[in-house]
Design a protein around this ligand. Structure first.
Ligand code: ZN
Length: 393
């Protein structure tokens, strides 16, 4: 953590009443490279073809990190001295849900420091098409993130030889449980932040669709359904999701399983809770012989405000650096270190100021991760604008 300390203003210039600091976050760690054969460039070479940088972490999160450093260093070169403190909080274990961000947040808590604005990775400037009918780029700024719940389902049975199988063995029980979870989806709804996103972006939709987005409150039910049908990414915006990710059964092909397990990874909708999710799972599975154990849980984050100065400044800096993109709030499906700061302020936002096509976004946590060099410069411009605008308040 680095503190760019405020300097007293010279002369008789009045100090702003609001001196709460700006916190800029990023993380230095990366996920593993996966299959090396899938990479066209050496994953840690930082290959540069003049247009793009390739390598693990190019976007997530060295890309956002670069924009922070570029913004800060350029301002330093220009002799800019902030009148508010600015903290650079770079974690080293975000991808493994580590505790560095927790420790950094504890520093602010024990020193009684309430930030004016916290910015971490999250949304980005994305191609047109996020919303059906909306034909411009969007600067998606995360105002909340879903929670994460990992549970282990276990079925036990007496085992024995596979030549004489009983009616409902442990593996069959787990299979039934999985099918029932898939069938009984969590109830859908439109959180207020998602409604706000639809109405902001919908203003740029053509005629009839614009009317739909303008009446998002009245049309919440059909819009929820439409988002669920539009694909997994928009469907996940409307509900808690459950994915069965790991399975285990018997150790040999001719041995009945004494224990069969399934790990379920749930992403908890903002406004819901892990206890609600467990209750839903129990009802869906409807089998008292399946044990449900909580492995890890992070509750959904609170929703940051979109009616304050911090939000206005963020939107204005995004418009300045990306004039073709419309800024809008959204609820993130993935987790970030920003959740560790959520209790410090109601102005915690998640936005990596980088332009990303859908194809580029799919290289995140996958092979051939890549970022455009030109957008690293745009991101630096965004950070300079953000820092100077916050400082001017
Ligand atoms: Zn990340």
């Amino acid at each position: 953590m680095y503190k760019w300390a405020a300097q007293p203003t010279e002369g008789f210039v009045e100090k702003p009443a609001d001196t709460r600091p700006l916190i800029l976050m990023a993380h230095l760690d990366v996920v593993p490279i996966g299959d090396p054969a899938a990479w066209e460039f050496e994953p840690f070479s930082g290959a540069n073809d003049g247009e793009r940088i390739y390598g693990r972490g190019a976007i997530d999160d060295k890309g956002a990190l670069t924009t922070v450093l570029r913004g800060v260093e350029t301002l330093l070169e220009q002799g800019f001295t902030p009148t508010r403190d600015i903290y650079l909080c770079f974690g080293d274990n975000e991808e493994t849900a580590g505790d560095t961000a927790i420790k950094m947040a504890a520093y602010f808590e024990t020193h009684n420091i309430e930030p004016f604005l916290v910015l971490d990775e999250g949304g980005a400037v994305v191609d047109p098409g996020v919303l059906p009918g909306v034909g411009h780029s969007d600067a998606m700024i995360g105002v909340a993130e879903k929670g994460i719940l990992d549970v282990l389902l276990t079925a036990t049975a007496s085992g024995g030889h596979a030549s004489t199988p009983p009616k409902r063995g442990a593996t069959a029980r787990i299979g039934r449980a999985i099918t029932r979870i898939e069938k009984h989806e969590f109830p859908g709804s439109l959180p207020s932040a998602t409604k706000h996103m639809l109405s902001e972006l919908g203003r740029y939709a053509p005629g009839a669709l614009r009317m739909v987005y303008a009446n998002v409150d009245a049309l919440a039910a059909p819009l929820t359904r439409a988002l669920q049908l539009a694909g997994p990414e928009t469907a996940a915006m409307t509900r808690t999701t459950a994915a069965v990710t790991q399975l285990s059964g018997s150790p040999a092909s001719n041995v009945l399983a004494e224990t069969a397990t399934a790990t379920v990874n749930l992403r908890l909708a903002v406004g819901s809770s892990s206890s609600e999710a467990i209750a839903h799972l129990r009802r869906a599975i409807d089998d008292d012989l399946i044990d449900i154990e909580i492995l890890t849980v992070t509750e959904p984050s609170p929703v940051s405000r979109v009616d304050n100065q911090a939000w206005e400044i963020l939107k204005s800096a995004a418009r300045w650096a990306f004039p073709d993109a419309v800024p809008a709030p959204y609820i993130q499906n993935g987790a970030t270190d920003a959740r560790r700061f959520a209790h410090l302020s109601d102005a915690v936002y998640r936005f990596a100021p980088l332009r990303m096509s859908t194809a580029e976004r799919y290289t995140l946590h996958a092979a051939n991760e890549t970022v455009r060099i030109s957008t690293l410069a745009e991101g630096g411009e965004f950070m300079m604008e953000l820092i100077t605008q916050v400082d001017a308040r």
